[in-house]
Design a protein around this ligand. Structure first.
Ligand code: KE4
Length: 438
C-alpha cells in the first residue's frame, strides 16, 4: 500500500501541531509508523489521502454506531437547524435531552457540553458541591478524559493517593484522588475505611474500554453501589463509551444499576463534538443557572451536534431488523451482538491456526484482542500483553485494508454498516496477518 500523501501530510502537520495530530492516540505512537490521514468515510469503510480503502474497525473511537456518513444522520444534521450555532437555546436540545432521559432510568435531567472530558470535569465539580467532600475514587486503567483530577496514576499499594500522571497536574490536585485497581472491591473498601467521610464520589467505566475491554467482575458494580450509598458518596458511571453502545440503556441498563450521575458522549453526538452529564433532579438542579454550581460553554448543545445525535438515536430506534418492530431499539444491539460474535469466533479460530496466544474480551459490539494468554481483569494484567506483536498485527492488517484501533489498550467498535461480508473479509485478513507476524 502506498502512503506517500499521508507521509507528506504528517510532515506538514508536525510543523504546526504538537505530534502532528489533534489527539495523541492518532499519532500511531504505540504501533509505530506514519499515521494514515483520512479523506472520506462511508458506511463501514474509510478512504485515506492516498486513495487506500479500509474496513473501519474504529468507528471514530465509538460514536459511529450507524457507520460513516449515515444518510439519515447527515440529513438530520443539515435539516435540523438554520445555522451552525446561535448561543441561544434551541428545541432540538430539549428533544435530545428527552431521548436521553427516556432511555436512562437513573437520569432525570441532563446538561450538554462539548466533550466527554468537559462532562467528567463538571460531574466531579457537582459531586464535590453536592456532598461537601473533596476526595474522588477512580480505577487504574480507566480513562475519563484529560481532567486534571483524573490524570493520576496509582502509587504502590492497593488504594493509594494518586500521583500526577502528567506534567502540569499539581500534587494538590492529584492528592484528592484515590486510585484503586479495577475490579478490586477490597481496594474500594480500604479507601472508604481510610477516608470514607471525605470521599465525594467513585467514578468508574462500568465496562472499562481504555485498557482494552475489561468487563466488571461479577458483583463489582453492585458492591460499588452499596458501598457508596452506605458512605454518603455518589456513584458516577462514565458511559461515554458504553452509552447507547452496549445497549439502549447503556451499561446501567445492562447491569440494572442506578448511578447517581452518568457521563455521556460519542454516540449521542453521532460523530460531532458533544458530551453530557445527567442524573437525579436534586443533583442536576444545583447546576447554574438553577443552582450555584457553575458550568458553561459557548457551543454547548450545539445545533449540529444535537441534530446528529437525534438522527443517530432515531436510527438506532428504527433499525430495520429490530425483532420487536420499528420501535424496538434492542433490535440493533441484538444484531450487532451476533455480528461481532461471529467476527470474534473467526478471529479466535485464525489465532489458534497461527499458534498465537490471544485473549478476546467483548461486550456486544465492542471488543479487544489482547496479545496474551489468560483473562484481563485490570490494568496490570492488560499490561502483560505483547504490545510489540500487537504493533506488527496492526500494520499487517492496515496493509490488508483493515483499519484496526492503533493501540493494544483500545477497543474495536462495529456498526450497523458492517456486513457479514465485512466480517468474513476481516477474518480472512487477520488469518493472513497472524500467519505473517508469527
Ligand atoms: P472526550 O473528551 O475525548 O470526548 O471523552 C473523554 C472520554 C471519557 N470517558 C471515556 C470512558 C472515554 O473513553 C473517553 C475518550 N475515549 C478515547 C478513546 N478511548 C478518545 C480517543 C482520543 O483520546 O483521541
Amino acid at each position: 500500500m502506498e502512503h506517500r500523501r499521508s507521509e507528506q501530510a504528517f510532515r506538514a502537520a508536525q510543523k504546526v501541531m504538537p505530534g502532528g495530530v489533534s489527539s495523541p492516540v492518532r499519532a500511531f505512537g504505540s504501533v509505530g509508523g506514519t499515521p494514515v490521514f483520512m479523506k472520506a468515510g462511508y458506511g463501514a469503510e474509510v478512504t485515506d489521502v492516498d486513495g487506500n480503502r479500509y474496513i473501519d474497525m474504529l468507528s471514530s473511537w465509538g460514536p459511529l454506531i450507524l457507520g460513516h456518513a449515515e444518510p439519515k444522520v447527515m440529513r438530520a444534521m443539515y435539516a435540523g437547524f438554520g445555522g451552525t450555532s446561535f448561543g441561544a437555546p434551541t428545541p432540538n436540545e430539549t428533544r435530545l435531552a428527552k431521548m436521553l432521559v427516556e432511555a436512562l432510568p437513573s437520569v432525570e435531567m441532563v446538561r450538554f457540553v462539548s466533550s466527554g472530558t468537559e462532562a467528567t470535569m463538571s460531574a466531579l465539580r457537582l459531586a464535590r458541591a453536592a456532598t461537601g467532600r473533596d476526595k474522588i475514587v477512580k480505577f487504574a486503567g480507566c480513562y475519563h478524559g484529560h481532567v486534571d483530577a483524573l490524570l493520576v496514576q496509582a502509587g504502590s499499594g492497593v488504594a493509594t493517593l494518586g500521583l500526577p500522571d502528567s506534567p502540569g497536574v499539581t500534587k494538590g490536585t492529584s492528592g484528592d484522588t484515590i486510585v484503586v485497581p479495577y475490579n478490586s472491591i477490597d481496594g474500594v473498601k480500604e479507601a472508604f475505611a481510610a477516608e470514607g467521610d471525605k470521599i465525594a464520589a467513585v467514578i468508574v467505566e462500568p465496562v472499562a474500554a481504555n485498557m482494552g475491554v475489561v468487563p466488571p467482575a461479577s458483583g463489582f458494580l453492585e458492591e460499588l453501589r452499596t458501598i457508596t450509598e452506605q458512605n454518603g458518596a455518589l456513584l458516577i458511571f462514565d458511559e461515554v463509551v458504553t452509552g447507547f453502545r452496549v445497549g439502549y440503556s447503556g451499561a446501567q441498563g445492562m447491569f440494572d444499576i442506578d448511578p447517581d450521575l452518568t457521563i455521556l458522549g460519542k454516540v449521542i453526538g453521532g460523530g460531532l463534538p458533544i458530551g453530557a452529564y445527567g442524573g437525579r433532579k436534586d443533583l442536576m438542579s444545583q447546576i447554574a443557572p438553577s443552582g450555584p454550581v457553575y458550568q458553561a460553554g459557548t457551543l454547548a448543545g450545539n445545533p449540529m451536534s444535537v441534530a446528529a445525535g437525534i438522527g443517530t438515536i432515531r436510527g438506532i430506534q428504527r433499525f430495520a431488523s429490530a425483532p420487536g418492530g420499528a420501535d424496538d431499539p434492542a433490535g440493533l444491539y441484538a444484531h450487532l451482538d451476533r455480528l461481532t460474535g461471529h467476527l470474534v469466533e473467526g478471529l479466535q479460530e485464525r489465532g489458534k491456526r497461527a499458534g498465537i496466544p490471544l485473549t478476546f474480551q467483548r461486550i456486544g459490539s465492542m471488543f479487544t484482542l489482547f496479545f496474551k494468554d489468560g483473562p484481563v481483569g485490570n490494568l496490570q494484567e492488560a499490561k502483560e500483553s505483547d504490545t510489540q506483536r500487537f504493533g506488527r498485527f496492526f500494520h499487517a492488517m492496515l496493509n490488508e485494508g483493515v483499519y484496526w484501533p492503533p493501540s493494544q489498550f483500545e477497543a474495536v467498535f462495529l456498526s450497523a454498516a458492517h456486513s457479514a461480508q465485512h466480517v468474513d473479509d476481516v477474518v480472512a485478513a487477520a488469518g493472513r496477518a497472524l500467519e505473517r507476524i508469527g
